[in-house]
Design a protein. Structure first.
Length: 464
C-alpha cells in the first residue's frame, strides 16, 4: 500500500497540509467512529495483514469503501456547512453538494461520498475526476420507445431506433458516442447551467457589455431568446452510452445470468453503486467534454443533427411497417432477401453540387432481366397517378370542411378534422418515402388515405 500511503501524505488530510488536530489517519476514514475496535474491524485488519504477508506488492484485495459516516463525523466535514456552498471545480465550473444527497439525483439511486470521490491516479489519494461527473451529467437522451398499438392514434409510427441491440452492450459501430440533439443537450441532468455560470461578457468584439447605447449579444441575451446552447457548443460534447461489458469479466464469471441481467440498469446500479462494489468509470465509458478545434466537421458529417430521423418513411415502406390499423403490414419484395439501400442506389448523380447515389432501371437489370429496365419508370407513373387521385380527393374534403365551418357541432368538426389529418399523414408517407420503394404497400396506404378523405366528405354531406 506504499502508493496509497505516499498519495495520502500529499493530500489535504495529512498533518503538513492541515493543523495537526485535523489530520485524518487511515483509521479515521476507513472505519466508522469506533469501528476499528469492533470484531469486524479487527478481522479487516487481519485480512489486510494476511494479504501483505502473502505478497507485499499485491494490489488491494477489494475496492476500499469509505462510509459517509466517516466523512461527516463530528469535527470533520459537517454536511450543514458545506452542502449549500458553491464549490469551484476547474476554471469554468461550479457545483453544490446538496443536489447529490437528494434521492432523485440518479433516478432514485442513493449516492455516497466515495461515489464521486475516488482513487483515480497514483499521485492522488482520492479525487473527483471529470469522467465521473460526465458519466451522469452528459448522458445521451433516452431513446423513445413505441407504445403498444392500442395506445396509439390510428396512424402508428414504426420504431426505427438504431440503438436497439442484443446482449449487454448498447454501443454501435460508433463506439457508443452520440452528439448534439441525441445527447439531450441542455436538458435534465445535462443542463449547462447546473455546472456553468452564464457569462455576461459581450460576444461581439466590437461591443462592450457595459455600452448602454447599444445592445450587445451575451450568453444571457441568448438564453432569454431561447437560442440553443448546441448552436455554438455542440462540438464540445461527445456523450457516450457505452457500457464496458468486456470488463465485466474482470470481476464476474461468464454466465447466462450475467448476460440477461446485465441490461437491467436499476439492478446494475443497486449492485454496484448502492453495493459500493465498483466506480462509475469502471463500467461506463466516460463522455467527453471540452474545447475542440474543429467546430464544423462534426455537424457536417452528422446528418441527424439537421435531418431528424432521415429516410424514416423510406424505411417504413421497405420494411412494411404498420402505419394504420386498417392496412396490413406488407414488406417490399426485396425484404425476403434483405436487400438494403446500397443494393439499388448505385448510380452517381449530381444534386446541388454533390454526388448522390440513386436508383435506376440499369440497377434492376443487373440482377433481373433486360425487360426490368422500364419497371422503375412504370412504377413511378402508376404511383404518380394514384397520388394525383388522392390529392384531388383531399382537396374536395378540405373544401367540404371549409363549407360547413361554423355550422357543424364541435364533435363532428373534430371527427372530420381527424380523418383528414390521418389521410394527409398516410399520403405524406408515400410522397416523402417515395412509393417506388414498395409499390404494392404504397398503393394500399394510398387507398386508406383516400378512404379517410371520402369518409370525411360523406360525413359532411350527411350534415347538410
Amino acid at each position: 500500500m506504499e502508493e496509497q500511503y505516499q498519495a495520502w501524505k500529499k493530500s489535504g488530510h495529512h498533518a503538513p497540509k492541515v493543523e495537526a488536530e485535523k489530520q485524518a489517519s487511515c483509521i479515521d476514514c476507513h472505519f466508522l467512529p469506533g469501528g476499528h475496535a469492533s470484531f469486524k474491524g479487527k478481522m479487516e485488519g487481519i485480512r489486510h495483514l494476511a494479504a501483505y504477508l502473502y505478497d507485499p506488492d499485491l494490489h488491494l484485495p477489494i475496492r476500499p469503501v469509505v462510509e459517509d459516516g466517516a466523512c461527516l463525523r463530528s469535527g470533520c466535514h459537517a454536511i450543514e456547512k458545506f452542502q449549500d456552498e458553491e464549490v469551484e471545480y476547474g476554471e469554468k465550473s461550479t457545483f453544490k453538494h446538496k443536489a447529490h444527497f437528494e434521492k432523485e439525483t440518479l433516478k432514485g439511486q442513493k449516492l455516497f461520498c466515495d461515489t464521486c470521490h475516488v482513487k483515480h491516479s497514483a499521485e492522488k489519494h482520492f479525487e473527483t475526476p471529470k469522467g465521473v461527473c460526465f458519466t451522469c451529467h452528459l448522458r445521451p437522451a433516452d431513446p423513445q420507445e413505441d407504445a403498444p398499438i392500442a395506445d396509439q392514434p390510428k396512424l402508428v409510427q414504426a420504431s426505427l431506433d438504431p440503438g436497439a441491440t442484443e446482449g449487454l452492450n448498447s454501443n454501435g459501430a460508433n463506439n457508443g458516442v452520440k452528439y448534439g440533439a441525441t445527447v439531450g443537450f441542455n436538458e435534465g441532468a445535462n443542463k449547462c447551467a447546473l455546472c456553468h455560470k452564464i457569462p455576461t461578457k459581450s460576444l461581439q468584439q466590437q461591443l462592450s457589455a457595459d455600452d448602454e447605447s447599444k445592445k450587445p449579444i451575451t450568453h444571457e441575451t441568448l438564453e432569454k431568446a431561447k437560442v440553443p446552447c448546441e448552436s455554438c457548443h455542440r462540438h464540445q460534447v461527445a456523450a457516450s452510452d457505452r457500457i464496458k461489458t468486456d470488463e465485466c469479466l474482470n470481476c464476474h464469471s461468464a454466465s447466462k445470468e450475467l448476460s440477461s441481467k446485465g441490461r437491467d440498469g436499476k439492478l446494475m446500479h443497486d449492485e454496484h453503486v448502492a453495493g459500493r462494489r465498483a466506480d462509475c468509470v469502471e463500467c461506463h465509458q466516460p463522455s467527453q467534454h471540452g474545447a475542440k478545434k474543429d467546430y464544423l466537421d462534426g455537424v457536417r458529417t452528422a446528418c441527424a443533427e439537421c435531418h431528424d430521423d432521415q429516410h424514416r418513411f423510406q424505411n417504413m415502406l421497405l420494411a412494411g411497417a404498420r402505419v394504420s390499423e386498417n392496412v396490413s403490414p406488407t414488406p417490399a419484395l426485396m425484404d425476403a432477401v434483405t436487400t438494403n439501400c446500397a443494393g439499388c442506389h448505385t448510380k452517381p448523380k449530381h444534386s446541388k453540387g454533390q454526388l448522390v447515389k440513386t436508383g435506376s432501371g440499369e440497377t434492376c437489370v443487373k440482377c433481373h432481366t433486360p425487360e426490368h429496365d422500364k419497371m422503375l419508370d412504370d412504377w413511378k407513373d402508376v404511383l404518380e397517378r394514384e397520388v394525383g387521385f388522392v390529392k384531388e380527393t383531399e382537396t374536395e374534403a378540405l373544401e367540404a370542411l371549409a363549407a360547413v365551418e361554423g355550422k357543424l357541432d364541435a364533435a363532428k368538426l373534430e371527427e372530420a378534422s381527424e380523418m383528414i389529418a390521418t389521410g394527409q399523414e398516410l399520403l405524406n408517407i408515400v410522397q416523402v418515402g417515395n412509393g417506388v420503394h414498395n409499390k404494392k404497400y404504397s398503393i394500399m396506404i394510398l387507398d386508406e388515405a383516400i378512404t379517410n378523405f371520402e369518409d370525411t366528405i360523406d360525413l359532411l354531406d350527411s350534415e347538410n
